[in-house]
Design a protein around this ligand. Sequence first.
Ligand SMILES: [Zn+2]
Length: 450
Amino acid sequence: MTSIHGRSALLPEGWARDVRVTFTGRTIAEVNTNVPPSPHDERHQVLLPGVLNLHSHAFQRGMAGLSERRGVCVDNFWTWRDVMYRFALTLTPDQMQSVAALAYCEMLEAGFTRVGEFHYLHHDRDGRPYADRAEMAARICAASAETGIALTLLPVFYAHGGFGGLPPRDAQRRFINTIDGFVQLLEGAERHARHLDAAVVGVAPHSLRAVTPEQLQDLCSLRSGTPLHLHIAEQTAEVDDCLAWSGQRPVAWLLDHANVDAHWCLVHATHMTSDEAARLASRSAVVGLCPVTEANLGDGVFNAVPYGAARGRFGIGTDSNIRIDAAGEFTQLEYAQRLAQRARNVHADDGLSTGRAIFNGALDGGAQALGVGVSALRVGCDADLISLDPGPAGFASLDGDQILDAWIFAARNMIDGVWTAGRKRVSGGLHHDRDRIAQRYGQVLSEVLA
Ligand SMILES: [Zn+2]
């Protein structure tokens, strides 16, 4: 039994003072308010539920800093993707685990307690499956186990190089499966994930570019009730190609051809008309927004106003992991809208501050998309939480939503402790195994770059 005490805490019903949260094993057993700390309580200033990161490609953390130089032609998402493919073609399973472990260590330090790993780097470097088809999924599970981040593993089905079943490119060979091969891979991933605390396994058709309508139908019926994630409309060229293929935009096509419901997460629903946004919101699916990556890749700006007006659900992801920073994702989400709308506090809602409205939205949408239902400081939920210390940044006199707003918009170094499954993983802002993981990552990166 562990008890931690916060001078304030964000509970499902709102802010409370003098809160003691008690865990038994990995679950929250008691939440008491207006109680003084007991002698054995670990004391903190502000307690929050952990943030959920609904979209990550962990291996891309290794590319940070490698793609910020302009090529001979116009640089865009597609030229970045060529760099990413070259990087993906080199990684061994050991290297994959080392890179993923650093990414997950940094996620925990940033306040993320669960990650949705959209995992598509499956096969050996020549494109042949490993003896265990789920070898790379096992390495993702191992990185989750060694860092302590909770995992929603989303094995990706990828078969084609463009709309209408175009053949894949040679550079995509490590991602490609038949449906039968994918079923084996999924079973292997489920077997490996069983050894983890609280892991969830979903299914991820990569995108409408990479699967045919028949394959999409097969994938939807593989595991009913589990999370279904796909990339949907990240790039305007993707929208144009979808229009040329089907006469419809990607979101409209998907809503007409699949039973999109609360199990679905549409990642990068960046390019939606207002009509698509309202229709998607009515299906209770979650939109996966990755504001820092979307800005880094020059994707475009999400059509937030009609989607928000229709009470559409959203969560956030770190996607390419170019910068792993929960507060930074929230900031970028809001600032892109401020620049586009020439307005302030676009996401503020129902008397909640902007930071609080974004935090609440991402918590609910993230928990739904990652198959955990609810993430909160509430009895029966997983003991996944973070503590903030506003003092060192000079924010000790702030209260309630002001603290979230200060963390998000002003001082991202406020995170002090992070717990997952009832165990403390981060103290003083640093992961307990950071030195070993960072050193191994440094060795791997020099091998890969050589
Ligand atoms: Zn992605």
